[in-house]
Design a protein around this ligand. Structure first.
Ligand code: FPP
Length: 203
């Protein structure tokens, strides 16, 4: 699949006349990184090869999304459930993540990409935490597309964090129980994407 076919498959961004229309782009796209293992199996390769190939696909997606003017791209790359994988695969994934952060920093700077993460960083190896912090540091003045990596992220965990934040806001007197409404919930949750896709469908 070519790059432009990938983008077109992502969403209907064509005007009624069939031309690419940037005003129809979703502001926030989220992609669940999956299918690496299935891709490798199809090719008769070890699973880890699928992860390495997934990293190349991520580079293409990041470049294309930045080029066409997406405001925010979130990649769900490692969920809190993924810790159940065999240790050698986990070691490989953490190394790959570290390698991705180091290797892609020049691209993020060149393309003026803002960088952030969500998820519980403190459970990641020190070296990965260090490269995340370093990437945040070098990209801090960027103003273009936002790239957010969800690493060690879990939906329930996000709800727990959100409830704790609301409880703190009540405790410090910033809000009352009766004033909890959708706008408060929105403030404490990660911004919802306009389009959610799976990497396995984009290959
Ligand atoms: C899911 O595919 C993929 C992953 C859990 C790996 C994600 C990659 C990293 C954490 C390292 C690199 C990070 C970036 C941002 C490039 P799967 O193994 O579940 O495959 P399947 O769906 O075919 O089983």
């Amino acid at each position: 699949m070519t790059r432009s076919q990938t983008i077109q498959k992502t969403s209907n961004m064509d005007s009624p006349s069939g031309e690419f229309d940037p005003s129809r782009l979703p502001a926030h796209i989220a992609i669940i990184m999956d299918g690496n293992g299935r891709w490798a199996k199809l090719k008769g390769l070890p699973r880890v090869e699928g992860h390495a190939q997934g990293m190349q696909t991520v580079r293409t997606i990041v470049e294309e999304c930045s080029r066409i003017g997406i405001h925010q791209l979130t990649l769900f790359c490692f969920s809190s459930e993924n810790w159940k994988r065999p240790q050698p695969e986990l070691d490989f994934l953490m190394q790959l993540l570290e390698c991705y952060l180091v290797q892609e920093r020049p691209l993020l700077l060149e393309k003026n990409i803002r960088f952030s993460t969500i998820g519980r960083k403190e459970m990641l190896p020190d070296s990965v935490q260090h490269e995340i912090d370093e990437t945040i540091r070098v990209c801090r003045d960027n103003t273009g597309m936002g790239l957010c990596l969800a690493i060690n992220y879990g939906g329930r965990q996000e709800i727990v964090d959100a409830v704790q934040k609301i409880a703190s806001l009540i405790k410090e007197g910033s809000i009352s129980v009766n004033s909890i409404d959708e706008s408060v919930i929105k403030r404490v949750l990660f911004p919802s994407p306009a389009l959610m896709n799976r990497l396995s469908l984009l290959r």
